[in-house]
Design a protein around this ligand. Structure first.
Ligand SMILES: [Fe+2]
Length: 162
């Protein structure tokens, strides 16, 4: 199997962009008028994903300035991230119907939960595939995303199906 070669700054840039998109996705959800509890939760998630975006952007800048050698991985990290971004795009599309009255709280939370599970999976993948000097940032991010998952599951519990 041929190794996949990549520049860490390039990977961090993609992750930063993805987190910025997810942050916009949550801020969009917060504005849908799905109730006070949900709006507050979505706003907090939006801010935390924005924070992730900034962290990864800083990492990208540091790596770019270092001009380090390309790294190698046995898996195609770029492809894993691109697939994750496509899933986020699809979630965004499914939440922007022409008729906003059709957007439902549980449905939105379920989409968010799916995204959080996806992101935990992708970061776990990154943790395994990226050089060990980056393990810390991925471990911390996974911990925060796990927290998001718990909060969202709590919202579902508090809002049982009608
Ligand atoms: Fe998250």
């Amino acid at each position: 199997m041929s190794a996949f070669s990549f520049a860490p700054c390039e990977i961090f840039e993609i992750i930063a962009k993805t987190e910025a998109t997810v942050s916009r996705f949550y801020s969009h959800l917060a504005q849908l008028g799905l109730g006070e509890e949900a709006s507050k939760v979505f706003l907090v998630l939006s801010e935390e994903e924005e924070g992730h975006g900034k962290t990864f952007l800083t990492m990208a800048q540091v790596q770019r300035e270092k001009h380090g050698a390309k790294k190698e991985s046995s898996v195609n990290i770029r492809e894993i991230l691109e697939k994750a971004i496509q899933r986020i795009d699809r979630s965004l599309l499914s939440l922007t119907p022409l008729d906003r009255r059709n957007v439902d709280l549980r449905q939105s939370v379920e989409i968010a939960i799916r995204h959080e599970k996806d992101s935990i999976e992708v970061y776990t993948e990154m943790l395994k595939s990226m050089p060990q000097d980056f393990s810390d940032v991925f471990e911390k991010t996974i911990a925060v995303e796990r927290g998001h998952l718990k909060v969202l599951e709590g919202v579902l519990k508090n809002n049982p199906p009608a």
